[in-house]
Design a protein around this ligand. Structure first.
Ligand SMILES: NC(=O)c1ccc[n+]([C@@H]2O[C@H](COP(=O)([O-])OP(=O)(O)OC[C@H]3O[C@@H](n4cnc5c(N)ncnc54)[C@H](OP(=O)(O)O)[C@@H]3O)[C@@H](O)[C@H]2O)c1
Length: 328
């Protein structure tokens, strides 16, 4: 980061100037998202903070599959991401300047700041992170939105019981890798599906009580034929459908009669429905993280300029665990 201080005629420091970089989302993708749907804009930035505002510098930026859902032309749980605005994202950042009593320069914070190196935000938009308690990057993963998704999705919708079999698609990803570990903690037998190998034949040999679905498509078609009586299916994500399939849905084999025969319940879950219960999740999970009983795995890409490529990489299976971009 380049930083300049300007002096007034008496030599006192007047304001700081920073080099601001921002990735603007400028073009809606029809199929796969890539660099061509974004524009990198750079400018000098001399912020003047109003009361309760904080200037932060992003250090780690999240890249998530939901970004592609928001890029579809149709309404999901919210309207499409507007064009010509900074790509929304959660970041882990450091406070540079503060006009808010709750934040001091040097504090670590997290918030929904977007793909930008710096931002001036009201303190209410930030949560403080304690690096003594946990690696600050966990705020983008196990102690953040993916952790909340995995925990409440499995516990509230999956209702795992000891001895049951939990099948997880996208099992090596940010959410899937946590679901597998939470299910083991719950005393379940866990089977994970990851990578591009054809697993359908093998899947037929399983009897599944909880299917935690991150990917949809043919993997789910296969999983539905392997469900036990009164199984629970948790629809967390359908990543195989995001690149084109959201606006013109793929029509594939349908096995819904299996849900009838086996009296299966299907439950769609959304992380934001559990935001108010974040403390409950952290109370359970943070001690496991601190004790090293649950591994938080991440794939870290170095360089702000690689944000769009890292997003595209999610749809090619380039990440193991949480995909994070480090701002350098
Ligand atoms: N409901 C919610 O609130 C919520 C919250 C967070 C995430 N999600 C959803 O949960 C899923 C996982 O999200 P995440 O953040 O944990 O991402 P992630 O799993 O870390 O990254 C995406 C992974 O998906 C797999 N994948 C990509 N394209 C695929 C395809 N066409 N078919 C099958 N697998 C494919 C790849 O793994 P492999 O190479 O191993 O297949 C890739 O590494 C996504 O569908 C996401 O939208 C939902």
């Amino acid at each position: 980061m380049q930083q300049f201080r300007t002096l007034n005629t008496r030599g006192a420091i007047e304001m700081c100037s920073y080099q601001l970089k921002q990735w603007f989302y400028v073009k809606r993708p029809n199929e796969f998202v890539g660099r061509e749907h974004y524009e990198l804009r750079e400018s000098d930035f001399s912020p003047q903070l109003s009361k309760n505002e904080v200037l932060i510098k992003s250090e780690y930026i999240s890249v998530d599959p939901y970004m592609r859902i928001q890029q579809a032309a149709t309404h999901s749980w919210e309207p499409p991401h507007p064009l010509n605005t900074v790509q929304g994202a959660v970041v882990v950042a450091k406070v540079l300047e503060s006009n808010n009593d709750n934040f001091q320069p040097g504090d670590w914070v997290t918030g929904y700041i977007g793909w930008q190196t710096h931002a001036v935000v009201h303190g209410n938009e930030l949560q403080t992170l304690d690096p003594e308690q946990a690696d600050i990057k966990t705020a983008l993963g196990i102690l953040g939105m993916p952790g909340r998704t995995a925990w409440f999705g499995l516990m509230e919708a999956g209702k795992p019981k000891p001895g049951e079999t939990v099948l997880v698609s996208g099992a090596a990803g940010a959410v899937g890798s946590l679901v597998t570990q939470f299910a083991i903690k719950a005393g379940c037998r866990v089977v994970g599906i990851a990578g591009s190998e054809e697993k359908c034949e093998w899947l037929k040999t399983l009897g599944v009580d909880v299917y935690f679905d991150n990917v949809g498509g043919m993997i789910t078609d296969a999983a539905l034929t392997s469900l036990n009586l009164r199984a629970r299916v948790v629809i967390c994500g359908q990543i195989s459908q995001y690149n084109g399939g959201l606006d013109t849905p793929e029509v594939g084999p349908r096995f819904l009669h299996q849900l009838l025969y086996k009296r299966v319940s299907v439950h769609g879950i959304l992380a934001r429905d559990f935001t108010h219960r974040m403390a409950e999740m952290i109370e359970h999970v943070a001690p496991w993280v601190k004790a090293g009983e649950i591994e938080f795995k991440s794939t870290e890409v170095c360089g702000f300029e690689y944000l769009p490529d890292t997003l595209a990489g999610l749809f090619e299976g380039q990440n193991i665990g949480k995909a994070i971009v480090r701002v350098v």
